[in-house]
Design a protein around this ligand. Sequence first.
Ligand code: MG
Ligand code: MG
Length: 267
Amino acid sequence: MIFLKSEYEIAKMRDAAILVSRTLAEVAKEIQPGVETGSLDIIAEEFIKKNNARPAFKGYGPKDNPFPATLCISINEEVVHGIPGSRKLEEGDIVSIDCGVEKDGYFGDHAYTFAVGECDPEDIKLMKVTLESLYKGIDAAVHGNKTGDIGYAIQQHCEKEGYGVVRDLVGHGIGKSMHEDPSVPNYGKPNRGERLRSGMTLAVEPMITQGDWKVKTLSDKWTIVTADGSKAAHFEHDVVVREGEAEILSTFDYITEITKNEIFQTH
Ligand code: MG
Ligand code: MG
């Protein structure tokens, strides 16, 4: 079931999305070689709670194995859903940090892939192309298009660079639940899938690899890694479908104030 949102609801969702954006920037301040991923998670949890919201990922999932942390921190060949802990970031790592909050009954869910110190130019390119593909997808998220138009735009942009577009995980509707209909695959054909209408709110989130698109799940039953060990990048925004041009609710501006990295400039 797809829920169209009122402007009141969209304002609530904007608040939630911006809190995620600000949380990612708080985390960005601490990203450097030697930092334990678990310490980044504590920063995020405390910041979210201080802002009268709830970390939405913590406790999410099956009762016998709920996600144990505030952030998903996924390093190098880890695509998404990495669990923070005692692992230390190393020079040259690329690290996807995904964060979700529930604030006043509405959800924000948004992610960025960071360079840790100096990275290989090939890895920088992967991040850059993945970020570009996110905006290509968002450009297609307009009233009258279909979800397949979003996926097609992302897939075309990434596959022409020889990258893999992960199939097993997809973007999604978002609102009073973190995951709502419709599914928003990062691959597809034009004019296929669910019709997009003004007031639909979507999390668009390309997950792109330097190799094959196939992935597998580690024994922790959360961490998704590339099957071939190639590196992956992941960026996510929350958007509202509108006539003519989608509105982006989240922002990377707080992050780029911290990173000062021209490669990671926003749209
Ligand atoms: Mg996310
Ligand atoms: Mg998401």
